[in-house]
Ligand binder design. Structure first.
Ligand SMILES: Cc1cc2nc3c(=O)[nH]c(=O)nc-3n(C[C@H](O)[C@H](O)[C@H](O)COP(=O)(O)OP(=O)(O)OC[C@H]3O[C@@H](n4cnc5c(N)ncnc54)[C@H](O)[C@@H]3O)c2cc1C
Length: 478
């Protein structure tokens, strides 16, 4: 029997797609264009386990895929690989409001989970612009971050337990809601952030928080980023742990977004160099949050930290401020090609990084337009570089390796990370190897031990050691 007829027998007509695979192949940045063998859509953990045993028998490479919103090629199949989609495993298995925990299947979207628990007065504190499509499995496999990391941590911090199908086809089932469990190695952390290279996450037990009863969103205008960081310090001191998000964007990003969003208005009469968007939330009912935010901003103004500020006086005003920040990536098309870097730095070193990187880039590529924005509170910068006016797209794309070298050298010198929240996938695999050889060799040993045939997402994150998985590798990127 061929592998396809075996797969068909196991999964049935609904569970195996051999044509019409475009939506499983196309990805947000259009860099990777493999031709997968087929898409398997298992409907249960048992079926995933059988599927893995079958693929192992046929030595067929498997690429787990959630919403395929990942930005580093982790969910992209190379030629002749099998995509395993979790879209038929979306159930919320169990919601416990006393324990404040939920057991949910990997294919449930982040938005669906947030809506479900909100109806019970609870919050799953992960918020991404992609949450309508991104899945729980994908967010755990990438250890997704997002806007609320400053208060709640990344995806990893929400996980109480996982159910994982291993390369042997066995199921590691640890869906317990225990907050304390020191019975040996905490293996779930190896799967979180492993981007589908060590096991297939089929379900998770996640910790929940209370839904905020008060929420205030505000934007402040700052003359420079040193003042932006001083504002962050001031907000932390005044608002304590109610400070849930603190983002930043430059005036260039504001201009891109205003050009992209018909009807959007500049929040300030007079432009400043930088804008800091923040949100404070509390589960305690009342009006105190707005007064606390106003007070913090008044002090910041008196100290000369901010030029101006707006505090949203309605939910729709808060949403329109957030839309300015969330719209930056899409709006950058108005600046032509954008070379993107998802990096992080110790927060206090952000201004030094920007100064150094921008000087070096301007020397190497005169006219280049850096558009850094992102999560100020946790040091995660989307350091995107827009094409110089007058330069062709092809000429600018050809400079990507030079720009990457300049950016990543500065990131490393200042103690940062070349892959902050999006992960490594195919895009940053070789860069990871360059900077952290010992770490990568330990990762390869773990991969070899837990996936000896090298069939789980080969070539992603770390180069394969046991299987000729480099069929394309980085060449898959356009
Ligand atoms: C508009 C937009 C905004 C975004 N904003 C953010 C942001 O703020 N913060 C952030 O961190 N990311 C962000 N992202 C990136 C992306 O949404 C996240 O990486 C997300 O976690 C991916 O989830 P997914 O379900 O789409 O996973 P996919 O893209 O399908 O897969 C991502 C990786 O996880 C693996 N995987 C998927 N499911 C499983 C599973 N069940 N078991 C094992 N491995 C699996 C895949 O093989 C792949 O390596 C954004 C993306 C877009 C397009």
């Amino acid at each position: 029997m061929t592998i396809l007829s075996d797969l068909h027998q196991l999964l049935g007509a609904d569970g195996l797609l051999e044509s019409g695979l475009d939506r499983y192949v196309s990805e947000p940045r259009g860099r990777y264009h493999g031709r997968p063998l087929a898409v398997a859509r298992p409907g249960s953990t048992e079926q995933v386990a059988e599927l893995v045993r079958l693929c192992s028998k046929h030595r067929l490479a498997m690429v787990p895929q959630g919403g395929h919103t990942g930005l580093v090629g982790g969910g992209s199949a190379l030629d002749s690989e099998l995509i395993i989609s979790f879209e038929r495993m979306r159930a919320v298995r169990h919601l416990d409001t006393v324990d404040a925990s939920v057991v949910v299947e990997a294919g449930c979207t982040l938005a669906a989970l947030r809506d479900t628990v909100a109806r019970a007065g609870l919050l799953y504190p992960l918020s991404l612009a992609s949450e309508g499509t991104a899945t729980i499995g994908g967010t755990l496999a990438t250890n997704a971050g997002g806007n609320l990391t400053i208060r709640y941590g990344n995806s990893r911090a929400q996980v109480l337990g996982l159910e994982v199908v291993l390369a042997s086809g066995e199921v590691l089932s640890e869906l317990s809601p225990l907050r304390k469990d020191n019975s040996g190695f905490d293996l779930k952390h190896c799967f979180i952030g492993s981007e589908g290279t060590l096991g297939l996450i089929t379900a998770a037990c996640l910790a929940l928080k209370p839904q905020p009863a008060q929420s205030v969103t505000a934007m402040a205008a700052c003359a420079d980023l040193e003042r932006g960081l001083a504002l962050l310090k001031r907000l932390r001191a005044r608002l304590g742990e109610t400070l849930s998000a603190c983002e930043f964007m430059p005036e260039l990003a504001m201009q891109f977004v205003l050009a992209d969003q018909p009807g959007a208005a500049h929040p300030f009469a007079k432009p400043s160099a930088w804008y800091v968007l923040f949100q404070a939330d509390s589960a305690i009912d009342g009006q105190g949050m707005e007064a606390a935010v106003m007070d913090a901003l008044a002090h910041a103004h008196d100290e000369g930290l901010i030029d101006d500020a707006v505090v949203a006086d309605s939910l729709s005003r808060a949403e329109s401020l957030w839309a300015l920040r969330e719209g930056i990536s899409a709006a950058q098309k108005h600046g032509g090609v954008s070379l993107k870097h998802d990096i992080s730095l110790p927060v206090a070193r952000i201004p030094a990084f920007l100064d150094q990187a921008q000087v070096a880039l301007a020397e190497a590529v005169p006219g280049i337009r850096p558009c850094p924005f992102g999560h100020l509170g946790d040091g995660n910068i989307h350091f995107n570089l827009s094409q110089p006016e007058g330069m062709s797209a092809e000429a600018f794309r050809a400079l990507e390796p030079d720009c990457n070298r300049i950016v990543f050298e500065r990131v490393r010198a200042l103690g940062g990370s070349i892959a902050a929240e999006h992960g490594v996938g195919l895009l940053r695999r070789d860069e990871l190897q360059r900077g952290q050889a010992l770490k990568v060799s330990l990762m390869q040993s773990l991969k070899q031990a837990w996936d000896p045939q090298g069939l789980f997402n080969p070539g992603k994150v770390v180069a394969a050691t046991s299987r000729k998985a480099e069929q394309g590798g980085d060449q898959a990127s356009a």
